[in-house]
Design a binder for this molecule. Structure first.
Ligand SMILES: Nc1ncnc2c1ncn2[C@@H]1O[C@H](COP(=O)(O)OP(=O)(O)OP(=O)(O)O)[C@@H](O)[C@H]1O
Length: 351
């Protein structure tokens, strides 16, 4: 649906050129919800604005629904942009127009007649849950409701793609959840491909199928959300995920580990101890992995830290355990866990 090839974006800033995007290649398939995440200044807004050519890239090609937008003249581009709706962080509603008239604006601009507009906008307001507020003005509705108007307006021209530029950043967590649910519904019921940029992993976790992590104008990591959450490769990704799955164990846990290994040494029986972080997802989340370690390998286990969560309909969990026992049996147990698809990290603990 969207193909970005070799995109470079250079701005002429007051202190010289700023390279905001440095060779982005990205392929987004029809019907997916694709998240783009990064810290402030990473290039997210620049990237999303390239997709509808609000920003013309310095270099590269932008294919949307099979057409290279960079090759179109102004009239063709206006036409092609009807395939691409956009919602904004600050809603961008016209204060002098009602909810209905704001949603209808793109259709009026395209020259559609009043009767056809009513036929199109009525169901859209129904979809976003605002039929009862059609005659209100933006000043008379809440932030979440304003964003619903923004979504209705973006859908008015029946786009194939919906771009969401930090659409929930100005909203509280509960309203954020309801707006993301609405975007998911739009994606599923209308088949619209959704591209959302955000700085919050919580947003990615709730609705994205795949995610790209952007840093200093480059995509540094990309994949299905569950994979990226359970096996983050880059430091930036780990730090973004940290708000949901803490990447470092709390100091109190590490103190406890030192205490356990001191106990083991003073027992003097030749047993070894190892702090393990286990990450698992899907069906594996329900397997009795700990009782197997105890039963099959005769290990002692102390559970130190853990959480279980859900990404869309998939469960994933992470557990920190201190395993102790015979060194050879511990090594076999770790190998067996890995063979079973559990991600095992052997965490060094200062003695
Ligand atoms: N019009 C412009 N002129 C010059 N530099 C710009 C312009 N727009 C953006 N930049 C610079 O390009 C880089 C990327 O900016 P961009 O707005 O795309 O990042 P972002 O990830 O969306 O950040 P934020 O989350 O803070 O909005 C930044 O260094 C920014 O200062």
């Amino acid at each position: 649906m969207i193909d970005l090839r070799g995109i470079t974006q250079i701005y002429q800033g007051p202190q010289g050129p700023v390279e905001a995007l440095r060779g982005i290649d990205l392929h987004i398939t029809p019907g997916e919800v694709f998240g783009i995440i990064g810290r402030s200044g990473a290039g997210k807004s620049s990237l999303v604005r390239v997709i509808n050519l609000l920003n013309r890239p310095t270099k590269g090609e932008v294919f949307v629904a099979g057409r290279d937008l960079t090759k179109l003249n102004d009239a063709q581009l206006r036409e092609a942009r009807r395939d691409i709706g956009m919602v904004f962080q600050h809603f961008n509603l016209l204060s002098s127009r009602t909810v209905f008239d704001n949603a209808a604006l793109p259709l009026e601009l395209a020259g559609m007649g009043q009767a056809a507009i009513r036929e199109r906008v009525g169901p859209l307001l129904e979809l976003v849950g605002l039929s009862h507020l059609a005659d209100r003005y933006p000043a008379q509705i809440s932030g979440g409701q304003k964003q619903r108007v923004g979504i209705a307006r973006a859908l008015a021209s029946r786009p194939k793609v919906l771009l969401s530029d930090e659409a929930t950043s100005a909203l509280d967590p509960e309203t954020t959840r309801s707006i993301l649910d609405l975007l998911r519904q739009v994606n599923r019921e209308l088949g619209v491909t959704v591209v959302l940029i955000t700085h919050q992993m919580q947003v990615i976790k709730q609705i994205a199928d795949r995610v790209a992590v952007i840093e200093a104008g480059r995509i540094v990591e990309m994949g299905p959300v569950l994979d990226v959450f359970t096996r983050p490769q880059q430091a930036i990704t780990r730090s973004l995920i940290d708000e949901i799955v803490p990447q470092e164990l709390p100091a109190s846990v590490m103190d406890h580990v030192r205490h356990l290994s001191a106990q083991l040494r003073s027992a003097g029986q030749g047993d070894v101890g190892q702090l393990l972080r286990l990450s698992y997802s899907g069906e594996r989340a329900y397997q009795p992995i700990l009782s197997r370690l105890i039963r099959d390998h005769g290990l002692d286990l102390s559970i130190l830290h853990g959480q279980i969560d859900e990404i869309q309909d998939q469960t994933f969990g992470s557990l920190a355990v201190y395993a102790s026992g015979d060194g050879q049996r511990l090594a076999t147990a770790v190998a067996q866990l890995r063979e079973g698809g559990v991600l095992v990290e052997e965490v060094p603990s200062a003695q």
